[in-house]
Design a protein around this ligand. Structure first.
Ligand SMILES: Nc1nc2c(c(=O)[nH]1)N[C@H]1C(S)=C(S)[C@@H](COP(=O)(O)O)O[C@H]1N2
Ligand SMILES: [Mo]
Length: 241
């Protein structure tokens, strides 16, 4: 481990912990508070609930688990956050947190269902409809899909343009009645209400209109591209909630 290993900007996690996480290598250890990370490094993977190859942590408040395929992401706030929207569009745009807050806000309450089995019932979300942001950039006639990138530098996701225009797909600014926390992918994450949790990319940094669906991180590792709850991934979860 080189001492010049980059640190995670703004992370409260101490250097020793960060180095330990980096040393954990490709297995990665999930984002979360420093205490969780400490516990995780003691306890290691919990059970076998995690076919994604991630390390599931101790359940956190509201029975969410923090998932991250990276060891974390930079912290971003009003000053540093920017969402780039481009690709096959008429007018590429960069939206600040203030820009997103100034757009019409939509609230909804939906279960959050991870493909590995855990579910958090009736989670309140709010934010901007993805459809509104897509309208603002005017997708070209050739655009048929949307690719999402995370400012964690690794995670990606995709939706067809039709799915992306669904009214229950939000660029979420709040979750659980508070601003989306850093560990949950704040300040801005996607929430795709009708699909498994892996579609809800955390630390949303980029939206790119594409002429074909570009499979995302987990889709490249065997998960379904069309990830509707109860109709995909061989699962029979109740999609009506
Ligand atoms: N950037 C990023 N987004 C991500 C993930 C990830 O590892 N990195 N994991 C996905 C998966 S599999 C799930 S279930 C949810 C978990 O969200 P949470 O950490 O807020 O509980 O985030 C999704 N979005
Ligand atoms: Mo998940």
């Amino acid at each position: 481990m080189s001492p010049s290993e980059p640190e995670i900007p703004g992370s409260p996690v101490g250097r020793r912990v960060v180095l330990g996480l980096l040393a954990a290598g490709a297995a990665g250890i999930i984002g979360g508070g420093a205490i969780q990370k400490g516990l995780a490094s003691v306890l290691g993977p919990i059970g076998n609930h995690d076919p994604t190859g991630l390390i599931g942590l101790i359940p956190v408040g509201n029975n969410f688990r923090f998932y991250s395929v990276t060891q974390g992401a930079p912290r971003k706030d009003e000053r540093s956050y920017a969402l780039t929207v481009g690709g096959s569009v008429g007018t590429a745009r960069t939206l600040s947190l203030q820009d997103l807050r100034a757009m019409p806000q939509v609230s909804l309450v939906r279960d959050f269902q991870c493909v590995t089995g855990w579910r958090v019932p009736e989670v309140p979300w709010s934010g901007v409809r993805l459809a509104d942001v897509l309208d603002a950039v005017a997708p070209t006639a050739s655009a048929t899909a949307v690719r999402f990138t995370s400012f964690d530098g690794t995670y990606t996701e995709s939706l067809t343009l039709e799915q992306a225009r669904s009214e229950d797909v939000l660029i979420a600014l709040t979750m659980l009645d508070a601003p989306v926390t850093h560990d949950h992918g704040g300040p801005v994450r996607l929430f795709v209400a009708s699909m498994y949790g892996y579609k809800s990319i955390k630390w949303l940094g980029g939206i790119e209109l594409t002429d074909n669906v570009v499979p995302g991180y987990w889709e490249n590792r065997g998960y379904d591209i069309d990830a509707f709850v109860g109709e995909s991934n061989g699962r029979n979860d109740d999609p009506t909630s």
